[in-house]
Design a binder for this molecule. Structure first.
Ligand SMILES: Nc1nc2c(ncn2[C@@H]2O[C@H](COP(=O)(O)OP(=O)(O)OP(=O)(O)O)[C@@H](O)[C@H]2O)c(=O)[nH]1
Ligand SMILES: [Mg+2]
Length: 443
């Protein structure tokens, strides 16, 4: 789902993500591409503008900030904005203290109401509840039969008694109360478009049973039209939340990104396929990460922000830029990055790392050795490794419990890595990060 949007956003952010310094032009270009990606995904224009305004502000801040690379901060801002428009918190149904909890599903024709009713019932049954399905779509021939079949598959009883939808719904709730079922899910009729007859019918049904939840079922493939529909339903029915269906299709994502912001109602569930199991709570954070296609990077950035000392990072960056990055800085940065966790994991999370660095054979034990070696050097040697001759090397090796060859190897590695970093023109914080193997003691 959201492949196109995700691909375009990643493209827009890939360039900026690697920059150690942002110019106004970089930012303008990235914002333009993000805008294009969102509009193409059919996100409502007002929502696009709101996202861009905040990301733009963050980008200005990032241009002046020392921590991480500014590009990554822009990525993070985009993620935060996506999360915000998707609603932040995951929606949770609260079950009534006096059962049954009554839920009415409404929506246009063919959006997946009947399927969603059975899916929701299955999910609740698996959580140990005893739902009852009520077939109140008396409009479409075969609708009651369809729910019966789905209910059977879900192992949930289905009732449909009475001559009109309102009566069927009311009797369904009574039946649940009598038989001790604790949730009632009422499936209603759909129409091709919003019309007065449809609205009157669901509104009457709803006021007759006074449900705890009025869930609007929305087809994610429909794009912006679905946002208009949601608004119309909300005005008439005051919906509680939305169920987004058909997210498994090549949905452009516009509905998901607009509904919450435009209608102000949360997305509660996502339906991601025809099978009854293909239904899940809607997790805004996972969705935002999925859209950006970079959950790992984001968690790395968060971890870095939580554990790294900005001042130390900035010092390293400045020195690297001025070509003064020495072994002391390496040690300092290394200690800092170690707190991020095992090096392999960190490297795996970073996109766009030069292959030379990725392939460096750095394991955690080696890191301890590097630390020991550098610690055995005099301040002068750390600043100016060029002065390390044979006798100094022997002394350092003795002091660190290593072999002179290992000292030489480290010095060579330091020279190589410095060269690669210079050639790659890498922004320093991530550059230093990358190169120094964070490691955790292995037992
Ligand atoms: N791929 C996919 N298909 C779905 C999903 N949800 C529902 N469908 C399919 O969409 C079609 C319509 O689903 P229904 O549940 O009958 O939709 P409805 O809103 O009850 O339709 P009406 O009662 O006619 O208004 C069926 O073929 C479902 O299998 C989904 O999440 N993904
Ligand atoms: Mg139906």
């Amino acid at each position: 789902m959201f492949e196109t949007l995700s691909g375009r956003l990643e493209g827009a952010l890939a360039r900026i993500r690697r920059k150690s310094r942002l110019t106004q032009r970089d930012v303008d270009e990235a914002l333009r591409e993000i805008r294009g990606a969102l509009l193409e995904a059919d996100v409502a224009v007002g929502v696009v503008d709101a996202i861009l305004a905040r990301v733009g502000e963050a980008a200005v801040g990032a241009m002046a900030s020392p921590s991480l690379t500014p590009g990554q901060q822009v990525v993070k801002a985009v993620h935060e904005e996506l999360l915000r428009v998707l609603g932040g918190e995951t929606f949770r149904l609260r079950y009534a203290s006096t059962p049954p909890t009554v839920i009415v599903l409404a929506g246009l024709q063919g959006v997946g109401k009947t399927t969603a009713a059975a899916k929701l019932a299955l999910q609740q049954a698996r959580e140990g509840r005893s739902p009852l399905l009520v077939a109140a779509d008396l409009q479409r021939p075969g609708a009651v039969e369809q729910l019966m079949v789905l209910g059977e598959q879900a192992g949930v009883p289905v009732v449909s008694e009475g001559g009109d939808p309102v009566t069927v719904a009311r009797r369904g709730v009574e039946a649940a109360r009598r038989s001790g079922r604790d949730v009632v899910i009422i499936d209603t009729a759909g129409r091709l478009a919003i019309d007065e007859a449809l609205m009157r019918e669901v509104a009457a049904l709803s006021s007759a049973v006074d449900p705890h939840y009025r869930l609007l079922v929305v087809d994610a493939m429909v794009g912006q039209e679905s946002v208009r529909v949601a608004k119309a339903f909300d005005e008439r029915l005051s919906i509680s939340a939305v169920i987004l269906t058909k997210l498994d299709g090549d949905a452009r994502g516009g509905a998901a990104l607009s509904i919450r912001e435009v209608v102000g109602k949360p997305i509660a569930f996502a339906s991601v396929g025809e099978k009854l199991e293909e239904f899940e709570p809607f997790y805004p954070d996972r969705m935002a990460s999925r859209i950006l296609g970079m959950g790992d990077v984001l968690s790395l950035i968060e971890r870095a922000e939580a554990t790294m000392d900005e001042e130390v990072t900035r010092r390293g960056v400045d020195k690297l830029r001025r070509g003064q990055f020495d072994l002391d800085d390496l040690l300092e940065q290394m200690r800092q990055v170690r707190r991020l966790g095992p090096l392999k994991g960190v490297l795996a999370m970073l996109p766009g790392i030069p292959r030379e660095l990725r392939n460096q054979d750095i394991d955690d034990a080696e890191l301890s050795r590097v630390e020991a070696i550098i610690s055995s050097m005099t301040p002068e040697e750390r600043r100016n490794p060029g002065i390390i001759d044979g006798s100094r090397r022997a002394r350092i090796a003795r002091g660190s419990g290593t072999q002179p060859q290992q000292v030489s190897a480290l010095l060579k590695q330091f020279r190589d890595v410095s060269k690669v970093l210079r050639q790659a023109g890498l922004g320093a914080p991530s550059a230093t990060k990358r190169r120094k193997p964070p490691r955790r003691k292995r037992r």
